[in-house]
Design a protein around this ligand. Structure first.
Ligand code: VGL
Ligand code: ZN
Length: 190
């Protein structure tokens, strides 16, 4: 069992948005299944809780019409960019919007945001990462957190991958492990 510390730990919930869940524009298979274990964790976690959201302009460079790899998704202020309604938003203390400029992709919640400074200023030393998608924004956020000098725990039952190529999620988990992240399940966190 790993105990969460109210001051030294923070949780980052990555991109649990409608477009990444079944019925959304860039649906992650079983993406909504991260929500029950996540809500249970958020309700018992007494530490700082952050949610990131993909928050694109209509002409974002990651969209196919602008030579990017993805369908239009998570356009700011639309349903697709809203947090999934089942996510317990009452527990979120900070929302970090990312990839908000047309010409910049940002998979990591640390890219183009002040998240690292905010967390350091609060005295946070360790970050628990969960959400969507394992092979993109979860991976990028977890590895960036390591580069920023934080200890990182990734919750394998509270993440799901896009799996553009089968095995991408497993490879991403291995990269996170190689990068110094500890992989745990939500029931190992008290
Ligand atoms: C994501 C693809 C495009 C993610 C965001 O949240 O993992 N993936 N934009
Ligand atoms: Zn995106």
């Amino acid at each position: 069992m790993v105990n969460l510390d109210s001051h030294r730990d923070a949780v980052i919930v990555v991109d649990v948005q409608n477009d990444f869940c079944p019925g959304g524009a860039l649906a992650v298979p079983d993406g909504d299944q991260v929500i029950p274990p996540l809500n249970a964790l958020l309700r018992r976690a007494n530490c700082f809780i952050v949610a990131t959201r993909d928050w694109h302009p209509e002409n974002h460079c990651s969209f196919k019409a602008h030579a990017g790899p993805w369908p239009v998704h998570c356009v700011a202020e639309t349903w697709g960019a809203d947090f999934h309604p089942a996510l317990d938003r009452s527990r979120l203390q900070l929302i970090a919007s990312k990839a908000t400029a047309p010409d910049h992709e940002a998979y990591s919640g640390f890219e183009g945001t002040s998240l690292a400074e905010i967390l350091r200023d609060r005295g946070v030393r360790r970050i628990v990462v969960c959400g969507l998608a394992t092979d993109y924004c979860v991976k990028a956020t977890a590895l960036d957190a390591r580069r920023e000098g934080f200890d990182v725990i990734v919750l394998e039952d509270a993440i799901r991958g896009v799996e553009v190529n089968p095995g991408d999620s497993d490879r991403a988990l291995n990269e996170m492990r190689q990068g110094g992240c500890t992989i745990l399940r939500t029931d190992q966190l008290a």
